[in-house]
Write a new protein. Structure first.
Length: 258
């Protein structure tokens, strides 16, 4: 009987050691996975030495949309003003943002940000409304919207266009200014993206925006399609447009770079 007890004790110790080793391996893998959360476009960026928040693989992701409610955001429509979603335009369904598209407006972060990487995953819906029922489905990510600027359609900011066939275009809104190698000869406030890497409706697409100093870059599905410098705005709130077309936003995540 004593021998059985000794064998049992040794087996218990062995199992405990294996369990501890497994936990240590899991923890090490978790650390490795956390470091790998730095997006590839940042790991390979020509200015990565400027992104001090990423030094040593430390990342501080901020989920701007929590999948449950609009905490950290406010709504605005030209028809009803701020925080008055009288027609249930801005919905949350199955952990996603669902914008009906009418009346036109946006949701906007309550906080301001500067020097960051922003990742937005979206797809277009089916509905379209006048006066754009015959136009490509449209939306956009506006950023660097100053705290001191007023809400309007559309407020002072820089826009990364999200429109069928034009994802990644710049729009300089409300008097903002910038320079770009992709400047449009026919419009001083629009810079046209260099190529089309969109997935067709209703597939998901990923928009990535990198902002640092007075520069920004627009990526569509992992491809750099546009860039600008000498931006007149370098920080501010972030808003997602609802512009006469049904839209779904799956995730909205931000990674501080400094």
């Amino acid at each position: 009987m004593k021998q059985y007890w000794i064998v049992g004790a040794l087996l218990t110790i062995t199992l405990f050691a294996c369990s501890q080793k497994k936990q240590e391996t899991t923890a090490a893998n978790a650390v490795q996975e956390e470091a790998s959360e730095i997006p590839e476009i940042l790991q390979n960026h020509s200015e990565k030495e400027l992104f001090t928040k990423l030094t040593g693989g430390n990342v501080e992701w901020i989920s701007l949309f929590n999948g449950k409610d609009l905490s950290g955001w406010y709504t605005y429509t030209a028809k009803y003003g701020r925080n008055n979603d009288a027609e249930n335009q801005f919905l949350i369904e199955d952990g996603m943002l669902h914008f009906d598209g009418e009346p036109m407006g946006y949701i906007c972060t309550t906080d301001s940000y500067r020097d960051y990487y922003l990742k937005v995953v979206f797809r277009w819906g089916e509905k379209k409304y006048p006066p754009r029922e015959n136009d490509p489905r449209d939306s956009g990510v506006q950023y660097h919207f100053p705290d001191t600027a007023r809400n309007a359609l559309w407020p002072l900011s820089i826009e990364c266009q999200i429109q069928e066939g034009d994802c990644g275009d710049y729009w300089l809104i409300g008097g903002s200014t910038a320079d770009s190698p992709n400047k449009n000869e026919n419009s001083s406030n629009r810079f046209i993206r260099t190529a089309n890497f969109e997935n067709p409706t209703p597939e998901w697409n990923t928009i990535e925006v990198i902002c640092y100093d007075d520069k920004s870059e627009h990526y569509v599905n992992g491809h750099l399609v546009n860039q600008a410098f000498n931006l007149s705005l370098s920080e501010g709130k972030i808003l997602l447009q609802s512009e006469a077309a049904e839209m779904f936003y799956k995730t909205v995540d931000l990674l501080p770079l400094r």
